[in-house]
Write a protein that binds this ligand. Sequence first.
Ligand code: AMP
Length: 529
Amino acid sequence: MTSESNIAVGIDLGTTYTAVAYIDDTGRPVTLVNAEGDLVTPSVVLFEGQHAVVGKEALKALSTEADHVAQCAKRELGERVFHKVLEGRQFPPEALEAFVLNKVRQDASRHIGDFRQVVITVPAYFDEVRRKATQDAGYMAGFDVLDIINEPTAAAIAHGFIKGYLNRDGASNELRRLLVYDLGGGTFDVTVMEINAHDFVALATDGDVQLGGQDWDMRLVDYVAEEFKKTYDLDPREEPNTAGRLWRECEDAKRTLSARGKVSISCDYKSQAMRVEITREKFEELTHDLLDRTKFTTKQTLQAAGLTWKDVDYVLLVGGSTRMPMVSRMLRELTGKDPDASVSVDEAVAHGAALHASIILARLRGESPVINVRNVNSHSLGVVASDPRTMRRRNAILIPRNTTLPVTAKRVFRTQKENQKSILVQIVEGESASPEDCSQIGKCVVRNLPAQLPAQTPIDVRFAYQDNGRLTVHVSVAGTSRELKHEIARDNSISQEQLDAWRLFITGHQLADAQLQADDDDTATIDEL
Ligand code: AMP
């Protein structure tokens, strides 16, 4: 789908909050407020029959109608269905994300008119499956997704803009290196980037898709619930609305603890009530292992980039959770530098995405790019092959992690047996030699091989990995005309018809039922050279 609109819009689709920015007439990124007048929209969906309410009201409903509310769907992208049944129905996580995107699209249209083309951000650590799911969410919400860009890269672009790297006339040739520490509501990402004039190059990236502010909240929830249990022998977590209310209290208390030394959290359940006081020191003690996990990953990423702290010019803070004083303190101790928060931690990613959108639109108009962005892949990509000596299946890596993109790679394998009829190429993502420990991200099958093809016939497998993290696989079989070019489709993927049905459903044109189905293919293993 294409649009006549030339407005550059970027969306930071966060686990807990979503922000939208566009580039105004003067070329500056501006965050768009939603219909409630806020800069960010909670990524939460409340279902009322066929009607979906997104944002602040849905968040509030966690205390009263928790069974009808979906939150943190981003954490489940890549799964077939969201863990919770809503209105008797199982939603794919990307459809829940699409409800959020649809709401911010409608709200943004009130300010900038109708638009379709957007750049959406994802954590750098997102694998192919989750990237594709994000792209699908954009489609279901009625968008034409220009690109999916990594959140730290977007933050670095926004930083470059503020610091003047994007100034056409004044771009400095001095090389700068940034470490982007991004701790949001549900995910943690760390990326080392090099900025040289107009080139933005990611050197290494790592992270954890299951670590974010939400985990800090849950430590407070558990602490208060245990105190309540000690006093009344009742667990407030066992009833969903009470648990939802307690979580909201704790999330609020966590924010207070970023500004004050202590806070008191109230909890009531089954006609019993109590207030639990907690100091910042206690909160830091309860969560130090979570912070240590981010510290460990930060150190590892610097090492993977082949740098030491003295090579790093800026330590950039991104994501709402970096407001916790423990984060800056840890980074100051670790790096010997004052973390840089010159770009708003809530808006940096959306601003960078909007700037990236404007660059793409300029390119589409035939103008030269103002900046060049180069990413690395966050996970190794390979295919499942049998080791000829042991006959054990293993992950044969074609593109190791932290390789600069775009990249093409080739490896030669062989057919396993004589007269093999088809070849199944299973693509996996992960570092382990064992395919079972990697994520299965897709497969393609070369069928109808010529009769009497000898065993050990060479098979060329080529991967073309683009800088937006999308992968195309080429397979060719020596001495035959059999060849296959395949943009990888994830297993259990949603078909185009289903995507269209969701798009109609979510954007409200027509009620339709989108069913999920799995596909099944023949299998035949390829043998490694
Ligand atoms: P993001 O996904 O970047 O919007 O980050 C949202 C996360 O930041 C949520 O877990 C919030 O609870 C957290 N957050 C926002 N403001 C604060 C604050 N002042 N102190 C601690 N955490 C915060």
